[in-house]
Ligand binder design. Sequence first.
Ligand SMILES: Nc1ncnc2c1ncn2[C@@H]1O[C@H](COP(=O)(O)OP(=O)(O)OP(=O)(O)O)[C@@H](O)[C@H]1O
Ligand SMILES: [Mg+2]
Length: 260
Amino acid sequence: MIQTISVLRGRGRNGEPEPFERIDLQMGQVVSIVGPTGSGKTTFINDIELFADGDTPSGRRVLINGEPAPVEYRYNPAKNPIALITQHTTFLSDLPVREFLSTHCRVRESNNDAGHLVAEAIDFANQLTGEPIDLDNRMTELSGGQTRALLIADASVICSTPVVLLDEVENAGINRSKAIQLLRQRRKIFIFVTHDPRIALLSDFRIVMQCGSIRNVLSTSEEERRVSVRVNKLDDALSSLRDKLRHGHRLTVDELKEVA
Ligand SMILES: Nc1ncnc2c1ncn2[C@@H]1O[C@H](COP(=O)(O)OP(=O)(O)OP(=O)(O)O)[C@@H](O)[C@H]1O
Ligand SMILES: [Mg+2]
C-alpha cells in the first residue's frame, strides 16, 4: 500500500539545488502544481511517473513509502501504481469506448466484474462532461473534453491506481468542482498541474514552480478557503456565460449581477 510519495531535492534549469530537501505527498491528498509556462510543472510530474532516481534532467529522486520504487512498478503495467493523464492526448486506437475500457480491465487484472466497472467508469465520465459519451462511440471520435473525462474515469475506476497525475484538465470543458468532489471520494494521491484558481484553491497544498525548480510549497490557508467560495461563484458565472454564447444566446446587463 502506498502511503507516501517523497520527492527529494534536484536542480532547477540553471543547475542550482532546489530550496526544499524533501516534499512528502500523503495518501488522500490533492496537490496542485502551479507556475508560469515553461517553469517545469510537466517535468515535475513526469519525474514522479518515471520514479526518477537522479536519472532525469532535474536530478530529483522519488521515494515510495520512504524507499526507492520496486522495479516491478516500472516493468509490469498491472503493478504500476501511477496513472498519468497528459497535456496532449491523442488516441492511436479507434476501438469503441466499451472495448477500450474492457480491454483495460483485463490488462489491469482487475478482480471485479468488467461489465460493472465499465458501466461505473462511463457514469463517472458523464458526470464530468457536458456532452455524454456513448459506449459505442469510437475513441478517436471523442471531443477533447470527453477524452479527458473518460481518461480521468478510467484512471479512477478501472486502473484504480493509488496515484493519479493530471496535466492541465481545465482546458477541456470538464466540470472541475465535480471532478474534485468525485475524486476526493476515492482515497488516492491526486496531483494536478493547473493554471486554474478553482483547482489550486480546492487542493490541500500547491507546489510553486519557477525556472525548472520548486520555488515554494503553500498550504491552502483559511483565508484562501474563504476566497475559494467566491472564486467558485465567479467561475460558475463565467461558465454559464460561456454556455450561453455557445448556444447562440445574447447576453444581458443582468448577467453577472450576482457575483459583481
Ligand atoms: N529541473 C530541470 N532541469 C533541466 N531542465 C528542466 C527542468 N525542469 C524543466 N526543464 C525543461 O524546461 C522545459 C519546460 O519545462 P516543462 O515543460 O516541464 O514546463 P511546464 O511548466 O509544464 O510548461 P507549460 O505550462 O507550457 O506546460 C522543458 O524543456 C524541460 O525539459
Ligand atoms: Mg506542461
